[in-house]
Design a protein around this ligand. Structure first.
Ligand code: NAD
Length: 480
């Protein structure tokens, strides 16, 4: 079986205790690898290596750091097929979806590398003669990066590229559901000439390997992508020692369909938002809010789209399995509870009878907007339908969520579109688009239970991983 070691100070090594954990292929349920089961001692060693490597890395020009990052992106591009194959293996998604995700990671790498030549601050006039103020970005030190597995290579890229460009060293705690993807990235980074220790990777379970990273006093910024429950805990622990904390958390994203929408296109966007990537997107469209006047027609169109979705791990399929058995069991239990509470499961809702962790497209109606099913993130191909009378009711329903990550509205009215984009509480909104699909160069993040206000990526990601230094220079001090 493939063994996945940690990478510490440029050296691949097992956990100090010699323990491993098994990784199962979601497509088959069979073991495909085992990864180092790290504990605090391993995390401590990785942080020490990062701390040692960071000053020399920060002393290089940001342009040079960008050049090395560009080389990593080039190697990702060279190895696109191999990287995508690992992603497909670890997630069960199709090779074409894995390739598309890898392309996103490459694009992000090039974008952030380019920021090495645009590492702008401000110049600010002073009220005092002969004096000039300016702002410079400075690194924070060691960045602790903790990620989910829904888009494994993108999740690695989204954090590692900006963290390193800013002059930090990073310790990446890979997701236990996609450890090999993190290792593959670290190997390419080393080949690209990234100095040993600048990117260290530890594998392991959240409480055993993630928590020590959050607790470590030497980690200046913790950047986390994952569930709201874990994010809350991280904010508490890292907040206690006043570390900077960036949280990219869950979503329960509304897609509103108005009576003047192109229903065919809206149903297509809703199906993609709800089911693609097996619904494992923080930006998935998991609440569909539809005007009464078009509700039945829209539902029929959506059910028809759901019925033609092929579920499986090949390029002939529309989406694959969910990431693990635990997540699948959570989803099935939530749908079963909703059914008991009076909801109607229009389609789906049961595990597919075959090996692997498959659930078909699932559409549920007759659920209140504040019911468990429509207010809890399930992270699977499950969506709820809600009937509303008009725009105001739709907007109220869309905003009635503990989350506020993304949203979409389908309408041909410029007035409704603008009203919605101004009044929806969300980190991102699309008019006549899906709830997901934010590109590598635009800021992404959420409010409420979806995050703490930081944005990744876009140039805004640099704000997560650097701090400002305000500088005054007085020239001709004799005259001043
Ligand atoms: P999760 O919170 O269970 O795990 C995420 C990571 O946190 C894993 O690496 C895990 O090992 C680690 N972890 C778990 N417990 C920990 C602890 N006590 N201390 C430190 N680290 C710990 O999330 P998941 O189920 O793997 O991923 C799905 C979640 O990720 C969803 O909620 C989804 O919305 C979210 N997500 C958000 C974004 C975004 O940008 N907003 C993007 C992708 C995924």
């Amino acid at each position: 079986m493939i063994e996945i070691p940690n990478v510490v100070a440029g050296e691949e090594r097992p956990a100090a205790g010699g323990e491993w954990f098994e990784k199962l292929a979601p497509a088959t349920g069979e073991p495909i690898s085992r990864a180092a089961r790290s504990r605090a001692v391993d995390v401590g060693a990785a942080v020490a290596a990062a701390e040692q490597a960071q000053p020399a890395w920060a002393a290089r020009t940001v342009e040079e750091r960008g050049r090395i990052l560009r080389r990593i992106a080039q190697l990702l591009e060279r190895d696109r097929e191999a990287v995508a194959a690992v992603v497909a293996d670890e997630t069960g998604k199709s090779p074409k979806d894995a390739r598309a995700e890898t392309d996103g990671a490459i694009e992000l790498g090039y974008f952030i590398a380019g920021e090495g030549r645009r590492f702008y601050g401000k110049t600010i006039p002073s009220a005092t003669p002969n004096r000039q103020a300016m702002t410079l970005r400075q690194p924070l030190g060691v960045a602790g990066l903790i990620i989910a597995a829904n888009t494994p290579i993108a999740n690695v890229a989204w954090k590692v590229f900006p963290a390193l460009l800013c002059g930090n060293a990073a310790v990446l705690k890979g997701s236990e559901d996609s450890p090999r993807t993190a290792l593959v990235f670290a190997r390419l980074a080393a080949e690209a000439g990234l100095p040993a220790g600048v990117l260290d990777v530890v594998h392991g379970l959240g409480p055993e390997a993630g928590q020590p990273l959050v607790e470590d006093e030497r980690v200046a910024v913790v950047s986390f992508t994952g569930s709201t429950a874990v994010g809350r805990m991280i904010a508490r622990v890292a907040g206690e020692r006043l570390a900077k904390v960036c949280l990219e958390l869950g979503g329960k994203n509304p897609l509103v369909v108005c009576d003047d929408a192109n229903l065919e296109k809206a149903a297509q966007a809703a199906a993609l938002s709800a089911f693609s990537n097996a619904g494992q997107r923080c930006a998935a469209g998991s609440r569909l809010i539809v005007f009464d006047a078009v509700y039945d027609r829209f539902r029929d169109l959506l059910v028809e789209k759901a019925s033609t979705q092929k579920v499986g791990p090949t390029d002939d399929d529309d989406f694959g399995p969910v990431i693990n058995e635990r997540q699948l069991a959570n989803m099935l239990a939530a749908v079963a509870r909703a059914r008991e509470a009076g909801a109607t499961v229009v389609t789906g809702g049961e595990q597919l009878e075959r090996p692997g962790f498959y659930i078909p497209p699932t559409i549920v109606e007759d659920v209140a907007i504040d019911a468990e099913l429509s207010s809890t993130e399930l992270f699977g191909p499950i969506t709820t339908l809600h009937r509303v009378a008009d725009f105001e009711e739709a907007l109220t329903a869309a905003n009635a969520s503990p989350y506020a990550l993304t949203a979409a509205i389908w309408t041909n009215s410029i007035h409704r579109g603008h009203e919605f984009l101004h009044r929806i509480v969300a980190g991102g909104v699309q008019v006549n688009g899906p709830t997901y699909g934010f590109e590598p160069h635009v800021p992404f993040g959420g409010l409420r239970n979806s995050g703490t206000g930081w944005r990744e990526p876009g140039t805004e990601a640099l704000d997560v991983y650097s701090d400002w230094k305000t500088v005054y220079v007085t020239h001709d001090p004799e005259a001043a």
